[in-house]
Design a protein around this ligand. Structure first.
Ligand SMILES: Nc1ncnc2c1ncn2[C@@H]1O[C@H](COP(=O)(O)OP(=O)(O)OP(=O)(O)O)[C@@H](O)[C@H]1O
Ligand SMILES: CC(=O)C(=O)O
Ligand SMILES: [K+]
Ligand SMILES: [Mg+2]
Length: 594
């Protein structure tokens, strides 16, 4: 049984249906109509693959006939076109690539219960080894974050290459996100020490001098040359947004003497803010570039190493995002690196909509945000950022201190579980671990808490049948985009109303998949895309299970091939109800897997 809705002319000239989108869309609005195919009609008979269709340039037919099986037989598949060992599992000539963990999950639990919320792990000394990275990937890491505040480029290169190797050898699609240092004020690296304890009543020296040899006792270097000039006696100095507090008591040339008023642990390169009369001193920020000269070198490094996302710290306006995006467009092979705006300053909240509109996604960077606005305002800011991202169809990450206590303890606090639940309930695309995975004692356990809490809250949501009721604002600017958006909104609504098992979306650049994800349907979204880089980028978005698959303009053959490949791998079965959409054909098809 299959039914479909297609956008076509009322006269339904068959060849029009498979015209390339651009030509198809030159027709005036009035000439389009919804067309419902009768139940008995074989809907595909009117659709033929155009003889001029050409496969995507990255499709390599020799590799396309190969599917790798993982050592444990659960079918991890290769994600690199150059991989060698291969075992054909079907007689079909096309490969399908999906990671072994997703595959095992689909087989064991059925696709209704797959996790929708994506998980990001900051990689640090606790997790930089190949086996540690593999454990995170097996535990559900979708994106690995590298914070350029720490470590050398060689260190980061090793991690990036390990993740790439993991993807190639084990079939994962873990994306890499490079996070810029930015030029906000932070402390130096403590001369190699892991931390330093500041006690109540102690006098510490903060200085713009740097040290050649070891760090003098109770002395901290500060990254910002104007520091000693800008602070005033009586200012409050906050380390990491208030984890440790000092009061400025004396200025002597480049040195600033401070009295510790809230004791605590000073961590290398911790962020510093200073407050005067109860308000954050912001004037200095205007003088600092969002992307420093060191950041530009890191960005060049990221381009050379092929990172998937660059997260920009302390964004103040859309201008810097546009600037970086045009730089990337000129340097990297056209739009292959997504730019994520980190919302962690007062300016970024002021200019929120324009920043998010310019970016490919946003991060609620609650660590620094909580040092710039009163803590009690952070939850409202989080909710607003998540909503704006959803409205503008940009993936959103909730970050920092989700499971902070798990840096030291093997179980989270109840309050932390509630915080994670709230971010999942808000339906943010991704949750991020920071110190928990970078330098904590229980990185795998922390990831497992994110995974189980996400799954539980998502299931609760479905059991309550709390379909999205908030209408999504229209965002498409071109007619083509508007049609895609309507198709995806309708497909998601139908998926919920009919209780289908999955939405299939065939997408070359990922846009159509993101439009389906935006609707947060109750079922998982199988996103088929032709390139490994798009597949990795889709791994950041809510509900998407990204597969790499070579496909054509001919939806009938795409569907048939997908069904046989997935059935052969035990990932779907006859009778499963599926809705399919694609960015090649303006249609919604509903069918049972034959
Ligand atoms: N590459 C690394 N090498 C060493 N330590 C790291 C590394 N990455 C993170 N860490 C440690 O983990 C802690 C938390 O890391 P994270 O990158 O999340 O910091 P953050 O302050 O939340 O981020 P940001 O600096 O972007 O505001 C850091 O303070 C640092 O001690
Ligand atoms: C992640 C980050 O940069 C922050 O929370 O400040
Ligand atoms: K950073
Ligand atoms: Mg930050």
């Amino acid at each position: 049984m299959s039914q479909s809705i297609q956008f076509s002319t009322p006269s339904h000239t068959p060849h029009l249906i498979h015209l390339p989108q651009s030509r198809f869309l030159q027709r005036p609005l009035s000439s389009f109509s919804f067309r419902r195919f009768p139940l008995t009609t074989t809907k595909y008979t009117s659709i033929r693959a155009s003889s001029s269709q050409s496969p995507s340039p990255d499709l390599d037919s020799s590799s396309a006939s190969q599917v790798l099986l993982s050592p444990n037989g659960t079918g991890a598949v290769k994600s690199d076109e150059r991989s060698v060992v291969a075992t054909a599992v079907t007689t079909d000539t096309a490969a399908i690539e999906v990671d072994s963990v997703t595959e095992a999950e689909l087989k064991e639990n059925g696709f209704r219960s797959t996790r929708r919320t994506k998980l990001i792990c900051t990689i640090g000394p606790a997790t930089c080894g190949f086996e540690q990275l593999e454990a995170l990937a097996v535990g559900g890491m979708n994106v690995a974050r590298l914070n350029m505040c720490h470590g050398t480029r060689d260190w980061h290169r090793d991690v990036i290459r390990s993740v790439r190797r993991l993807n190639e050898e084990k079939g994962f699609a873990v994306a890499i996100m490079m996070d810029t240092e930015g030029s906000e004020i932070h402390m130096g690296d403590l001369g190699g020490e892991a931390s330093a304890k500041a006690e109540d009543g102690e006098i510490w020296t903060f200085t713009v001098r740097s040290f050649d040899a070891s760090r003098p006792e109770r002395t901290i270097s500060v990254s910002y040359d104007g520091f000693a000039e800008d602070v005033r006696v009586g200012d409050e100095l906050l380390v990491d947004g208030g984890m440790v507090r000092f009061e400025v008591i004396e200025k002597i040339g480049p040195d600033v003497k401070c009295l510790c008023t809230d004791p605590g642990l000073l961590l290398p390169r911790a962020n510093l803010t200073f407050w005067r009369d109860g308000s954050l001193v912001r004037e200095r920020n205007a003088m600092l570039p969002t992307i420093s000269s060191k950041d530009w070198l890191d960005i060049d490094f990221g381009i050379a190493e092929g990172v998937d996302f660059i997260a920009v710290s302390f964004v103040k306006s859309a201008e810097v995002i546009n600037h970086l995006k045009s730089y990337l467009a000129a340097r990297s092979r056209g739009g292959e690196i997504g730019v994520i705006a980190k919302i962690e300053s007062i300016d970024s909240l002021t200019n929120l909509e324009e920043i998010i509109l310019a970016s490919d996604g946003a991060m609620v960077a609650r660590g620094d945000l909580g040092a710039q606005i009163p803590l009690e305002q952070v939850p409202a800011a989080q909710q607003r950022i998540v909503q704006v991202c959803r409205a503008l169809n940009k993936p959103v990450i909730v970050a920092s201190q989700l499971l902070e206590s798990m840096i030291e303890y093997p179980t989270p606090t109840r309050a932390e579980v509630a915080d994670v639940s709230e971010a999942v309930r808000q339906r943010s695309d991704a949750l991020m671990l920071s110190g928990e995975s970078a330098m904590g004692q229980f990185p795998d356990k922390a990831l497992s808490v994110l995974r189980t809490v996400s799954l539980r809250i998502e299931r609760w949501w479905r059991e309550e049948k709390r379909h999205e009721s908030v209408p999504l604002q229209a965002i498409g600017s071109t007619f083509s985009d508007k049609i895609s958006e309507e198709i995806c909104n309708s497909a998601a609504k139908m998926a919920n109303n009919l209780g289908v098992d999955a939405v299939f979306v065939y997408t070359k650049n990922g846009h159509m998949a993101s439009l389906v994800s935006r609707c947060r349907p109750d079922c998982p979204i199988f996103a088929f895309t032709t390139t490994t880089s798009v597949r990795r980028r889709l791994n950041l978005q809510w509900g998407l299970i990204p597969f790499r698959l070579s496909f054509s303009e001919d939806m009938e053959s795409n569907l048939n091939r997908t069904f046989s490949l997935l059935k052969a791998r035990g990932m779907i079965k006859s009778g499963d109800l599926v809705i399919a959409v694609s960015d090649m054909l303006q249609s919604i098809q509903v069918m049972n897997v034959p």
